[in-house]
Design a protein. Structure first.
Length: 222
């Protein structure tokens, strides 16, 4: 008998069910996700299933391959904490240097970037979360005058984008991220580099720790 999915919309519930199995390791990387069989098993039509797979693709859990359909993606989690720790180290230094040099125009860009992230969260646009988060952070760091460090941080953001979206989705971390962005922006507007650096460091390290915890204790197992 098909499993019932009463939570929220059918797309939400289907995505939750599939995500739980992938993160729990029930389906190894490369496992084909046959839409017809999954739709029958979960008791949903193909439409919410396709939407759920698109959402999981945006989170980096699924890869849609030409002529093969959707398959489970490999999770690059072995060095996740190291990547977040590197980000915390470098970005705390950048914000400490940037805050005393911020201008009114920088404040406006930071405010616009924070609102852009909040809109992506409100819209449930998982694919946009990583880019909107990056825009906020780089609006904060641009005034630091450290182009080489910014290049390294840019690469780290590219490497952690998928992990960040996964963390936000698994831990419902978007609301906390919105609150933390607001606090960081407030410290920057107050021209308090020490507090801004502390908040940025904690923001990044907590995200890495939340991801590690979510992966160590996955929910939604079938």
């Amino acid at each position: 008998m098909p499993a019932t999915l009463p939570r929220l919309t059918l797309t939400d519930a289907t995505a939750d069910a599939l995500r739980g199995r992938i993160v729990a390791g029930a389906w190894p990387a490369g496992t084909p996700l046959r839409q017809e069989a999954l739709a029958e098993e979960l008791g949903v039509s193909r439409i919410p299933l396709r939407e759920a797979l698109r959402r999981l693709e945006a989170e980096g859990l699924v890869v849609v391959q030409p002529h093969r359909g959707a398959v489970v993606a490999a999770l690059p989690t072995s060095d996740a904490l190291e990547l977040f720790e590197l980000r915390a180290l470098l970005e705390a230094d950048l914000v400490r240097r940037a805050v005393p040099r911020l201008t009114a125009a920088d404040d406006a860009r930071l405010r616009a970037a924070a609102l852009g992230f909040e809109r992506a969260v409100t819209d449930g646009d998982v694919a946009a979360w990583g880019l909107a988060n990056r825009d906020f952070h780089f609006a904060l760091y641009a005034a630091a005058g450290r182009p080489r460090t910014l290049e390294v941080v840019e690469r780290l953001h590219a490497q952690t984008d998928r992990l960040l979206r996964l963390q936000l989705a698994l831990t419902d971390g978007v609301r906390r991220a919105v609150r933390e962005h607001r606090a960081i922006a407030a410290a920057a507007r107050a021209r308090d580099p020490r507090r801004a650096a502390t908040l940025v460091r904690r923001h990044i390290l907590d995200a890495g720790a939340a991801l590690a915890e979510a992966l160590a204790h996955p929910t939604g197992k079938p």
